[in-house]
Design a protein around this ligand. Structure first.
Ligand code: ATP
Length: 859
């Protein structure tokens, strides 16, 4: 790796090159004695002048357009035309009522679509990137949209560059500018190439740049439209249902046509039969199915965000329910990421908890941790938890900044597993300090410090040190080695021939709840796999504590992985639950191996090199706190709290939303079959028209919308995590759902028809019979909605009151039904009459008989 000189550690922006071209009047260049970055007032002033740092995206649909889009369905249009025609025929009341019902239906659809849109928009805002910016001398994380020209921004590997600007300092910085130039080779940045551009990503190193252009004035702004949006691609289920809806619609239309034509042949009025057919089509065609699925997915997504799982792509909600393997990082996800140094170990001092400063190796080690760090003195909270723990411990022992200047640095990355700095000492000499994974570092050492002596690192010493490392790792500690050597000049930067100093052991306890989550996963048929860059023993110890590694399961190291070909790896993965000392690049092979074994794999990641594996996984998961922008963008889901347990909660949500979708599909389709069948059988048996168009539309209004959505909001069933995962290729109608839908549809149809016949026989009046049929159809559907709460049990085994929204939706429907039946002016509009108790008795018995019958069959 090429060493980059640190251009200017104490850099302060230079007015000429770094400030934006359009310099506001009276603007003060930032002087040396001032804190780094702009002041809050200056930021406010510039924000007013330059606006937000955002790209103007695609235009949102206007509410009016969205409203009218609800009526673009061909059947609705025909119905509205027919309604207009009935006005000319003097059928004012009926025409107006139909129009009102159709309008209300459309309005409900409009409200639902708006809500879905708003939910997705707010999630998009949550997923928006942040930038590390110096404001008033303090490094803080701000939404990237808040940046203004003149801001001083810190960028690191994995960040998406938030604005255009000029570098003022950099350490081994390289950027991927392919989205602007199409060139996939990373561009090295430094003295020769100082411009950085919004939207490009940092692939390695770090740097600080001064913002020149923001928002649409950036290069990226000129290539408009490249917005980081939550994907609105339809999910596989939505696509499947869209296809299916077409067949159902075709079937319904055919039946509606038959109903109308038979009516006309039997001598019914042509125009009223046309309206009947079209009304039936409007009611029966499940055009709302896809919309309700989208709404439920969007609502599930907003529920999940409250539990810290931010879903970026809707299809992830579905896939989550099928997950069979969850590959998780260790540090920060399974553990708390609260690192603290708990042990020191050198050749002389085998182990001590507090650094024994009489041991010269420990003294040197502290110095190494004090200077060999990415933590900056003016940003001590920046850097990984490991860096901060080492820096905290070293600066508590050595509070004064050592009198040395950093001349060069190779930053830490998870593939190299080490970092080094070259320091110039006051006497004009140079010392190279290195820290990293002990095995990696030891292979670059030729001697070891024992007290004040430096002795050659022979096989005996190596074996001794490996043993000491193992002792710390066995106690679940992350172990960092330290080394140094005298360097000749400012170009002598090879990490070789080092003097090994010793180890620091860092503890990081497992997160609360992880053990339970792993157990829950096992019960649900989900295998948890830990993937870590840490030592085998450290990983195994944590995995045992959390129940991830059990009897008979293996720990595989990165070195072993390198020796395996793909087929061996494929045969090994299912017995492996820990991958230790792996590099991010290994993760891709691991994901592929699991996928080739037919597993639906979730993979977490945070660093820039994790992005390919996260993208490859069926469910790519990025960490919200420690995740880089690049990984977040590759991910389907972001864990806002970085917690492993959240993933299990998300899987449970994914499973329950799928179960809920099945519930309302069952409900909607069986009700629609019931409606069509009623009319069809009526015609077939030469009965009078069972329901008038206006009545059919009323049924559609009160039973299809609200109860179906409320069913999608069913609280999550505790049993979902006690079953094995669903197979992704499994049809939504699997496990007999299709059969049940048809049976229930037939029963609803027969119930309605039975009620009609009974009351017709009792009263000899068709209006009475129609009112009874209307009552039956709505009442049977409302009973059925409660039946749909459970797949396994019957209506007698459900908990009625655990979904208040469903109760409310049913109550609204019942109220509307009774008003239509008993309020005189509504009776006039809907052609109904008041039914006596006796007349209601039979329809009621019919309606109740169906669920009772099903419960008996079920037993
Ligand atoms: P996990 O998956 O558990 O989060 P990781 O894959 O991110 O782990 P890394 O952070 O890559 O693991 O660390 C790998 C090894 O590199 C550690 O075991 C440690 O020995 C060493 N290491 C970690 N951080 C640093 C650092 N800042 N400087 C030097 N060495 C480090």
């Amino acid at each position: 790796m090429k060493w980059m000189n640190v251009l200017n550690q104490e850099f302060l922006p230079q007015e000429s090159s770094a400030l934006p071209e359009k310099k506001p009047q009276g603007e003060e260049p930032i002087r040396e004695e001032k804190p780094r970055g702009l002041s809050r007032q200056e930021v406010l002033r510039r924000k007013k002048e330059y606006g937000e740092n955002v790209l103007v995206g695609k235009r949102k649909k206007h509410a009016v357009i969205l409203f009218f889009e609800q009526y673009k369905d061909i059947m609705t249009m025909i119905l509205l035309v027919c309604t207009a025609a009935s006005v000319f025929m003097g059928e004012y009341v009926e025409a107006i009522t139909i129009a009102v019902i159709v309008l209300m239906n459309g309005f409900l659809g409009f409200l639902q679509e708006r809500k879905t849109e708003r939910t997705l928009e707010s999630l998009q805002a949550m997923a928006a990137p942040h930038a590390n910016v110096f404001r008033g001398g303090v490094l803080c994380s701000q939404p990237a949209s808040e940046l203004v020209p003149g801001d001083l921004v810190l960028i690191e590997a994995g960040d998406r560059i938030p604005a255009d600007g000029t570098l003022v300092s950099s350490v081994a910085l390289s950027c991927d500018e392919s989205m602007l130039t199409g060139e996939s080779v990373a561009v090295k940045k430094g003295e020769d190439e100082q411009s950085v551009y919004m939207g490009c990503t940092v692939v390695g190193g770090r740097g600080e740049f001064l913002v020149e252009h923001t928002g649409m004035r950036t290069k990226m702004g000129q290539i408009a439209g490249m917005l980081n949006q939550i994907s609105e691609e339809p999910t596989p289920l939505q696509k499947h249902l869209a296809g299916l809806s077409k067949y159902i619609a075709a079937g319904c239309l055919l039946i509606c046509a038959i109903v109308s034509i038979t009516g006309v042949l039997r001598g019914e009025d042509l125009f009223s039969m046309l309206i009947t057919g079209v009304s039936l089509a409007v009611a029966a065609v499940p055009e709302g199915l896809c919309a309700v699925v989208t709404i439920s997915l969007a609502l599930a997504v907003s529920r999940m965000v409250k539990q810290n799982a931010l879903v970026r792509k809707l299809h992830a909600v579905e896939t989550l329910g099928c997950a069979t393997v969850i590959c998780s990082d260790k540090t920060g996800t399974i553990t708390k990421n609260q690192m603290s140094v708990h042990a020191f170990s050198t050749m002389k001092t085998k182990e001590c908890e507090k650094p024994d400063r009489s041991d010269e190796a420990i003294e040197q080690m502290l110095l190494c941790f004090r200077v060999c760090t990415a933590v900056q003195d003016d940003a001590p909270t920046h850097g990984s938890a490991t860096e901060q723990a080492l820096y905290r411990c070293a600066s508590a022992e050595i509070p004064q900044k050592p009198p040395m200047t950093k001349v060069a640095e190779i930053p830490f990355d998870s593939t190299r597993k080490r970092m080094s700095v070259l320091m110039k000492t006051p006497g004009g000499g140079y010392t190279l300090y290195a820290k990293g994974a002990p095995d990696v570092l030891l292979s670059r050492c030729s001697s070891v410090q024992v007290g004040s002596r430096i002795v050659p690192l022979g096989a005996v010493e190596r074996a001794q040190l490996v043993k000491q490392n193992g002792v710390l790792a066995d106690r679940a500690m992350r172990v960092i080695g330290a080394a140094y050597r005298q360097a000749f000049d400012e170009t002598d930067t090879a990490e070789e021939g080092l003097v090994f100093l010793g180890f620091a052991g860092l503890t990081d306890p497992p997160r609360d709840g992880v053990k339970q989550a792993v157990f829950r996963g096992r019960q649900a048929g989900i295998k948890t796999v830990m993937i870590t860059g840490d030592h085998k023993n450290t990983a195994a110890a944590i995995a045992k504590q959390t129940g991830i590694l059990t009897e008979g399961e293996r720990v595989v190291t990165g070195a072993e992985l390198d020796r395996m070909d793909d087929s061996t790896l494929r045969n090994t993965v299912m017995q492996t639950s820990v991958f230790a000392r792996v590099s991010p690049e290994h993760k891709l092979r691991i994901v592929r191996a699991f996928k080739q074994r037919g597993q639906i794999t979730a993979m977490t990641g945070d660093g820039v090199n994790d992005a390919p594996a996260v993208k490859e996984a069926d469910i790519g998961v990025s960490m919200g706190k420690t995740g880089t922008d690049v990984t977040k963008e590759a991910a389907d889901m972001i864990l806002l709290d970085d917690d492993f347990s959240t993933m299990m909660t998300a899987v449970a949500e994914g499973r329950s939303i799928y179960a809920n979708i099945r519930k309302f599909i069952r409900y909607l389709l069986s009700c629609n079959i019931g409606e069509v069948l009623t009319m069809f059988l009526g015609m077939l048996f030469s009965m009078p028209v069972i329901l008038l168009p206006i009545q059919i539309l009323l049924v559609n209004l009160v039973t299809d919308g609200l109860p179906a959505i409320a069913l999608g909001l069913e609280p999550y069933d505790q049993n979902v995590m006690k079953k094995p995962p669903r197979k992704p290729e499994e049809s939504i109608f699997s496990n007999g759902l299709g059969f049940r839908i048809i049976m229930c549809g037939i029963l609803i149809g027969l119930t309605t028809l039975g009620s009609f016949v009974c009351v017709y026989r009792m009263t000899g009046d068709v209006t009475h019979a129609r009112t009874a049929a209307l009552f039956s159809l709505i009442f049977a559907q409302l009973l059925h909605v409660f039946e749909c709460k459970t797949e396994e049990g019957s209506i007698f085994s459900i908990s009625f009151f655990n979904n208040k929204k469903l109760i409310a939706a049913a109550a609204v429907s019942v109220t509307v039904l009774f008003c239509v039946m008993y309020v005189p002016w509504l009776q006039m509009i809907f052609s109904t009459v008041s039914l006596s108790f006796e007349e209601l008795l039979w329809p009621m018995l019919f309606c109740l008989a169906a669920p009772v019958l099903r419960a008996v069959i079920h037993r």
